[in-house]
Ligand binder design. Structure first.
Ligand SMILES: Nc1ncnc2c1ncn2[C@@H]1O[C@H](COP(=O)(O)OP(=O)(O)OP(=O)(O)O)[C@@H](O)[C@H]1O
Length: 345
């Protein structure tokens, strides 16, 4: 089953979670009925265009927001039903890394103070000397050596890449079993991004930490998610979910295909027009009927795709939410259904 965390012991289990925000425009169903899991040491990448619900899902996965429906389990326990002591243990076990390290680090705390705070708070460091040595060891983990050069520095004295490494070191301080990283490298320059990604991949292997890794960049998902799984989100739902190699190498959902066609590195050869019928992403406050991708979909079958919302079903060794791919509707000849052609995602 591709929807579950294979044979590894399950760390995180999102069970049919939904999140709805309320705005002047009405209810915004940002995430609907998403079920995903992550095993020990496993990586799950969440990808999709801006606004598809990645961050909202990540925040629920990390216990930062409560779903309006469904449940979030960590190591078999519903995280919103935990007693005080279990909640402290959960907080240590699951760490969140933000997109913007500058905003997430306290500007008036040195690197040492930033790293010592969680160690002290959870009774993991007694003396200052002990805290200093542990902070230095954490910096070594994120390849910031010699540590003495950094421990007394403030965030504004570090580069963007160094700041994100400190944020990662802080996330590691309490020995997490799951890290939820939300666009953790998207604000870094390309050359620095590669180094931070490599460091995160190494940590994942060395420490056996599970990752929920959010990125809008499929090339990054392919790199970081090697050996793991990818879930592609569209308008709050998962539309394709399977092994990274399968989803990137042989995408099935027309939306995944369109996303990939926009990344030259992942779609070698002449650039192919994904044949989308429309370029605009529908408004969450007024979702299209049936499959929410149908107004843009090149495989659109009138009467089916605009009437019934497809479920995530097993197809070609992964899960896909598409009537046509799942064999429940025949694709109409493309020209019959197109209102307009071309356009990327
Ligand atoms: N607190 C909020 N109040 C109202 N709407 C929200 C709130 N948070 C998110 N949304 C809306 O929910 C939808 C999903 O947002 P989310 O941030 O999860 O998407 P995303 O895929 O992470 O996008 P991005 O990459 O741009 O952050 C968007 O339409 C967003 O505007």
């Amino acid at each position: 089953m591709t929807g579950a965390a294979s044979d590894q012991s399950v760390l995180l289990d999102l069970k049919a979670v939904s999140q709805t925000f309320h705005s002047k425009r009405g209810a915004l169903p940002a995430v609907r009925d998403v079920s995903l899991s992550v095993g020990r040491g496993e990586v799950l990448c969440l990808v999709g265009e801006s606004g598809c619900g990645k961050t909202t899902t990540a925040r629920m996965a990390a216990g930062l927001a409560k779903p309006v429906a469904g449940s979030v389990e960590f190591e078999g326990a519903d995280i919103w039903q935990l007693g005080k002591r279990e909640r402290v243990a959960y907080r240590k076990a699951v760490q969140f890394i933000h997109q913007d390290p500058y905003a997430s680090l306290n500007p008036i705390r040195t690197v040492y103070a930033t790293l010592a705070a969680p160690l002290r708070k959870h009774g993991l460091a007694g003396s200052r000397k002990d805290a200093w040595e542990q902070a230095a060891a954490l910096l070594a983990r994120v390849e910031m050596t010699p540590a003495a050069n950094f421990l007394n520095k403030y965030p504004h004295q570090l580069s963007g890449g160094q700041r994100q490494r400190v944020a990662v070191a802080r996330a590691l301080a309490l020995g997490p079993r799951l890290i939820v990283a939300d666009e953790a490298t998207s604000m870094l320059d390309v050359s620095i991004r590669v180094g931070v990604l490599r460091m995160l991949s190494k940590l994942r292997q060395e420490l056996d930490v599970g990752f929920v890794f959010i990125t809008h960049d499929l090339a990054i998902a392919r790199h970081f998610g090697t050996g793991g799984r990818i879930a592609v989100m569209y308008l709050g739902r998962v539309v394709e979910h399977g092994r990274t190699e399968d989803v990137i190498g042989d995408p099935q959902h027309p939306y995944t295909k369109a996303l990939l066609s926009a990344v030259p590195d992942l779609a070698p050869g002449p650039r192919r027009d994904p044949g989308l019928r429309g370029v605009d992403i529908p408004d969450l406050a007024a979702l299209p009927s049936g499959c929410t991708f149908h107004p843009r979909c090149p495989l659109y079958v009138p009467g089916t795709c605009d009437a019934v919302e497809p479920e995530l079903l097993e197809a070609a060794g992964r899960e896909v939410a598409c009537h046509v791919v799942a064999g429940q509707a025949d694709a109409a000849p493309a020209d019959d259904t197109r209102e307009k052609t071309g356009g990327g995602v």
